[in-house]
Write a protein that binds this ligand. Structure first.
Ligand code: ATP
Length: 583
């Protein structure tokens, strides 16, 4: 029944009961106090119909005109007989009074119960209504999206594939005592297909998909967000197996700062705590996986990233040229594409486009073609759509990032990759790319050193050389006056490593074996000056060595950079091949 009607009916019943109570009180008003003499007088006049006797100090009775009275009890022997002789009905007071009082109490208690029912029914309704506001707790059943709807992002797809088996056969893992991930965080720039991937997990596993956004849980009123979280998980548990997707997790899971910015954080903290408690609370082998998405992994509270919570972090990056071609092909499948359309060329033109932007581009082209009624999407529709689409994006997102910027990135990253191969061939360079990601604003060269317990002085120096190689490549190719800000992160890291070498590890000649931190703690501060000179000299020497190496191998450097400008991403095999051929 509709909640409104329920309230109306219950209110009506309460009012009715109160009316009955009032009527009953009216029919049984308080008796009128009369003197004993007046009572005797009324008896003589035959005005008294009934008298209730009791052991109390007073007696009650009813007069002919139905008025009730109360008077003193003479408590004398033969009083009852006197009354009976005077034709007065005599009854025991107890029965009547108890009956009257019982009726009054019953009506009152009845009213209170009904009112309590009304109030208590209303409260949870209001509460659950609150938790429903603005939050879609209805799961999407029978999700149609599958891994085949995702182009590119193959590493990410590969990482989540085992989740499907986990959702479907949790016992298989629990039998081995394995704890499967409860939470996975997908992080990367907007529009790269994080939602799509989460949905595909649900689609492939054939389980319901609960999609909410972190901002749905951030409320002005303390406690509401937490209640919503509990509601979400309660619903999800009813589905047994499912995927819960929390988009924009940073809205509720930002690093806590101990409430420094006032009370505004109370609500977020409570909401985050509720999420953590719920995640720890569900049975890990039930087959529920929580997938969260964010553009900024580094802003998330550490508590969220601990084991047992969101302990898997999967990067979803911007697509490189091959992935862009695949995405364009995927979104062309259901469209009539004219044979003059060159998707490969388009893939090259759309550097830094996300999957969503590529999908949008194809959609715009389809709209233009439909408007013109040409029956097919032609190259000119795509060209027009391309400019419409990039005009709508912020400058930093534009594919029109200048050619010179791409060249700088390509040489910078080639420098890192080549020097890694030259000075630390045991390190793996699993990927070099000029596509920006959270790992590097321009591009990045992924350098994975082998796992070691101890690092030699030489390893640390080589590490610094690799870090300096980006800046050095820029200087060699573009000249000393054209070096860029692109090396700022590298210089920061290189300085950190070097400071450790001088200050903590006793690895430089003039610092000797002194630990600078201990000196500083003991008030010996004059060492600061030679410390900076020492560190600077070390860096200069290492840089000189990098410069020598890169100048000697300039031809290889140029070849890697040129390949990067075409391919955008090189894996280790391609890199090795290029170095081998160019050397
Ligand atoms: P946001 O961070 O803004 O929430 P997102 O990373 O979750 O974005 P989605 O919403 O999943 O991105 O992507 C939007 C649309 O872009 C998808 O529905 C799909 O059409 C298209 N898309 C994005 N990436 C891909 C991809 N790798 N393959 C195919 N289509 C993609």
């Amino acid at each position: 029944m509709n909640q409104k009607y329920k309230i109306i009916i219950v209110s009506a019943v309460v009012i009715l009961l109160l009316l009955v109570y009032g009527f009953w009180q009216h029919r049984n008003p308080e008796p009128e106090r009369i003197s004993y003499n007046q009572f005797l007088h009324e008896v003589q006049k035959n005005n008294v119909v009934k008298v209730y006797l009791n052991q109390e100090e007073t007696i009650q009775g009813i007069l002919k005109d139905n008025r009730r009275f109360i008077t003193d009890n003479p408590r004398k022997e033969g009083f009852k007989e006197e009354l009976l002789k005077a034709d007065v009905i005599v009854d025991e007071m107890k029965n009547q009074e108890m009956f009257n009082q019982a009726i009054s109490y019953l009506i009152l208690i009845g009213s209170i119960i009904v009112m309590f029912f009304l109030v208590s029914k209303k409260a949870p309704q209001v509460q659950s209504k609150k938790s429903k506001v603005g939050i879609n707790i209805k799961p999407e059943e029978g999700v149609k999206v599958s891994f085949s709807d995702i182009a590119g992002n193959q590493e990410a797809v590969h990482s989540v594939k085992e989740l499907i088996d986990f959702i479907n056969n949790p016992e298989k893992y629990s039998n081995y005592g394995a704890r499967m991930p409860r939470g996975v965080i997908l992080y990367g720039p907007p529009g790269t297909g994080k939602t799509l991937l989460a949905k595909a997990i649900a689609g492939e596993a054939g389980v319901p998909f609960y999609a909410v956004s972190g901002s749905d849980f951030v409320q002005v009123y303390v406690g509401v967000g937490a209640a919503r979280i509990r509601e979400l998980f309660k619903r999800a548990r009813q589905s047994e197996k499912c995927v819960i997707f929390i988009d924009e997790i940073d809205a509720l899971g930002k690093k806590r700062d101990g409430g420094l910015d006032g009370g505004g954080n109370d609500e977020r903290d409570q909401t985050l705590n509720a999420l953590l408690a719920e995640m720890s609370g569900f049975n890990e082998n039930q087959g529920i996986v929580v997938v969260a998405a964010t553009n900024r992994l580094d802003t998330l509270d550490e508590a969220l990233l601990r084991p047992g919570r969101f302990d898997r972090h999967i990067e979803i990056g911007l697509p490189d040229v091959k992935a862009r071609l695949k995405i364009l092909e995927l979104h062309s499948k259901n469209k009539p594409i004219h044979e003059d359309v060159d998707l490969e060329k388009l893939a090259h033109q759309t550097v830094y486009f996300s999957g969503a932007q590529l999908e949008n581009l194809m959609n715009e082209a389809a709209i233009l073609a439909a408007k013109n009624g040409k029956g097919m999407i032609q190259q000119q529709d795509i060209d027009k759509a391309f400019y419409t689409v990039i005009a709508g994006y912020e400058k930093k997102d534009r594919s029109a990032i200048s050619h010179i910027d791409r060249m700088i990135t390509a040489y910078h990253e080639s420098g890192h990759a080549l020097v890694t191969k030259l000075v630390a061939p045991e390190n793996r360079v699993s990927k070099v790319t000029i596509i920006p990601s959270t790992k590097g604003a321009g591009g990045f060269s992924m350098n994975i050193p082998p796992n070691r317990m101890y690092y030699k002085k030489k390893d640390m120096e080589n590490n610094i050389k690799i870090m300096l190689a980006g800046r050095c490549a820029e200087e060699i190719i573009f000249g000393k006056d054209n070096i860029t800000t692109g090396a700022s992160n590298d210089l920061e890291k290189a300085t950190e490593v070097l400071i450790d070498m001088v200050r903590r590890f006793g690895m430089t000649d003039s610092s000797g074996l002194l630990n600078y931190d201990v000196l500083y703690k003991n008030g010996i501060k004059q060492v600061q000056d030679n410390f900076i000179d020492e560190a600077k000299k070390c860096l200069d020497d290492l840089y000189a060595n990098v410069k020598y190496l890169l100048e000697k191998n300039k031809k290889v450097l140029v070849t890697i950079a040129e390949s990067l400008l075409v391919e955008e991403t090189l894996d280790e095999e391609q890199l090795d091949q290029i170095i081998k051929n160019a050397a």
